[in-house]
Design a protein around this ligand. Structure first.
Ligand code: M6R
Length: 612
């Protein structure tokens, strides 16, 4: 969603803010703005990208050692100059940037209007700025900090905010409820951001704000409180992200870099957890929850988008190997449908960002009902790992491209490890099969490297489909979620309509769509459904559809049937999702690039969806 950046210290704030906004732009990119404080507060904001903001302020006064910046993903009000943040209160006392949604903004706004306030923008953020000011001006003796606290007490919804006050302009106030905020700790300086990416080049020491916490920050001092005014001891943590991980490193796009990083990302996911030598998989993060998981009557997997697809793969594998019944739900549906959750249920919440609002709300609901909740997350220190009883980090490294790639394969890797580890613990997998599976899993990074060598071939092939209007993706069993993921990747970055279907379902409806213009991507590697998928390909060809088949190396049968084939190395069926998704990621990437789409920042999307 929106990205927040801030600075207070002795350095010029502007370069820190503008570079920080560039690093955060993946979170939201419809407008951007900054406020610089140097005795007075100067605000510059405009519709468009951070580069538009940079041009806009090129000849302006950029001095100031205190400042804040914001890159927006519109929720209230269309993307334009006026709705861009920062927002200044009516009488100019407060400057605010905000990530999240203030749900009762309308009621608050009407009250403020009755009290003489008028509004320039359509945003909920301007309501908050005016509310703080209104409370402050009613009794200036209460001071800035109390005014902010009292205003936040009236807000329903989610926020991560930075507030600057004209009358006391030597500090910034940061507060959080539901929307992430990290504070970087330097020497006589502090950095603020919605995630650590803009901070790592300045300091590795950070404080993660928790919900209902606020920090009152001067350049040499940080005071942490609850919004009920209880003083807290800040906990400074060290982050383990290097600068290369958040740069493109010679690739045209983050997405391409992240696709190519998958062999190393999966090795990082394995590290210290999978040992061929000891014939063992061990996920230490599950340790405390294992007694509950082992006797669980049911596992419920929740997630959104790509993480939900990973969950579907997990369902197949956990049922197959751990023999525990699994249900997979969209977190956004689960949280609102009064689900039956028992104390002997285990909920696995999957999320790259660890900040997805729907997933967080679903976790809270599951906890309230007494379930044990386990997280599978990529971003260390994010909200979901802090909300869950136990969990496993995917360790894929920062994923900046909005379309998830390496996070998906890392999530599937964790779920595969989980299924095998539980299967073994519960006595469902014999030692020889266990070793065979460990070997199959360990060989995945190398096999992905082989697939990545075909990138040029896939690029060439994708040129045939630059002008396609629709795509169908088919897969069976554990490869059906991969079909869904392939379709999602294409939709989100190329804006071509695509649908994923279980191959056998095609004849129940989607087959009506097939004609000589319809590309059909079929995931058809050699497994127990192979013969049936071959029949599905024949059905598509009989209706003149264009078949692009993902096949096992050396498959001559499908090569003779399909229009195009992309080969993946032979592997155990259980790890096929990790291999077959790679060509689908590359296919979408090259089609989107050929169509001139902004691959890393597709229209209307944001990397972490911290609003409902
Ligand atoms: O950070 P999360 O994994 O919780 O995000 C969930 C979805 O928003 C995310 O997977 C989204 O669908 C991606 N854009 C997919 O590429």
């Amino acid at each position: 969603m929106c990205g927040i950046v801030g600075y207070i210290g002795n350095k010029d704030a502007y370069p820190i803010l503008i570079n920080g906004l560039k690093r955060l732009e993946y979170r939201g990119y419809d407008s951007a703005g900054i406020a610089l404080i140097n005795g007075e507060t100067r605000t510059y904001k405009c519709k468009g990208k951070v580069s538009d903001l940079e041009n806009f302020v090129a000849n302006q006064d950029k001095s100031g050692n205190i400042g804040m910046g914001h890159t927006r993903w519109a929720t209230h009000g269309e993307p334009n100059d006026v709705n861009a943040h920062p927002h200044i209160s009516l009488h100019g006392h407060f400057t605010v940037i905000h990530n999240g949604i203030i749900e009762n903004y309308d009621v608050l706004k009407r009250d403020l209007i009755k009290n003489g306030y008028s509004f320039k923008s359509e945003t909920d953020t301007e309501v908050l700025a005016n509310l703080i000011e209104y409370i402050y001006l009613k009794d200036e003796k209460i001071g800035v900090e109390t005014a902010v606290r009292l205003a936040l007490g009236k807000v329903i919804g989610a926020y991560g905010i930075l507030v600057a006050a004209k009358q006391e302009n030597n500090f910034l106030i940061a507060a959080r409820k539901g929307s992430p905020l990290v504070i970087g700790v330097g020497e006589g300086e502090y950095y603020f951001a919605s995630d650590a990416t803009p901070i790592v080049e300045h300091t590795k020491s950070v404080i993660y704000l928790d919900d209902d916490h606020m920090a009152i920050v001067e350049k040499n001092n940080l005071m942490l409180k609850t919004i009920h005014n209880d003083l807290l001891e800040p906990e400074v943590k060290q982050i383990d992200i290097n600068i290369e991980a958040i740069e493109k490193g010679g690739y045209d796009h983050f997405m391409l870099k992240e696709i190519f990083e998958q062999p190393s990302a999966i090795r990082d996911t394995f590290r210290g957890r999978v040992s061929e030598r000891h014939n063992r998989i061990y996920l230490g993060g599950l340790h405390t929850a294992l007694p509950k998981i082992n006797v669980a009557k049911r596992i419920i997997i929740i997630g959104c988008g790509t993480s939900w697809h990973a969950g579907l793969v997990g369902e197949y594998l956990l049922e197959e190997y751990a023999r525990i019944p699994v249900e997979v739900e969209y977190a956004s549906e689960f949280r609102y449908r009064n689900p039956i959750i028992n104390e002997d249920d285990v909920v696995i919440a999957i999320s790259q960002s660890g900040e997805t609002a729907d997933t967080l709300a679903a976790i809270k609901l599951a906890k309230e009902k007494g379930a044990t909740v386990v997280g599978v997350c990529n971003v260390v220190g994010s909200s979901i790992p802090r909300e869950t009883h136990a969990g496993v980090y995917t360790h894929a490294g920062p994923e900046i491209g909005v379309a998830s790639t390496k996070a998906f394969t890392a999530q599937v890797t964790v779920l595969t490890m989980m299924a095998l580890m539980l299967g073994r613990e519960r006595g469902n997998i014999k030692a020889d099969l266990y070793l065979q599976m460990i070997k199959a899993l360990s060989a995945v990074p190398e096999k992905i490297e082989v697939i990545l060598k075909q990138a040029d071939l896939i690029k060439e092939l994708s040129a045939q489909f630059t002008n396609a209007h629709n795509f169908i993706y088919l897969g069976r069993g554990v490869l059906f979620p991969v079909a869904l993921e392939g379709a999602l990747k294409l939709k989100e970055i190329s804006y071509i309509h695509a649908e994923g279907y279980p191959a056998a379902e095609m004849k129940h409806g989607p087959i009506a769509l097939i004609d000589e213009k319809m590309p059909v991507v079929v995931i058809a590697t050699k497994d127990k459904s192979y013969e049936k998928v071959v029949s599905n390909i024949q059905e598509v060809k009989a209706r003149k559809g264009i078949v692009i088949a993902i096949v096992t190396q050396g498959d001559h049968v499908i090569r003779n049937l399909a229009d195009y084939v992309i080969e993946v190395p032979d592997s155990h069926e259980a790890v096929a999702p990790l291999l077959t998704v790679i060509p689908l990621q590359l296919l979408s990437y090259y089609i989107a690039v050929a169509r001139g789409c902004n691959v890393d920042q597709p229209r209307n999307l944001a990397k972490s969806v911290t609003v409902e």
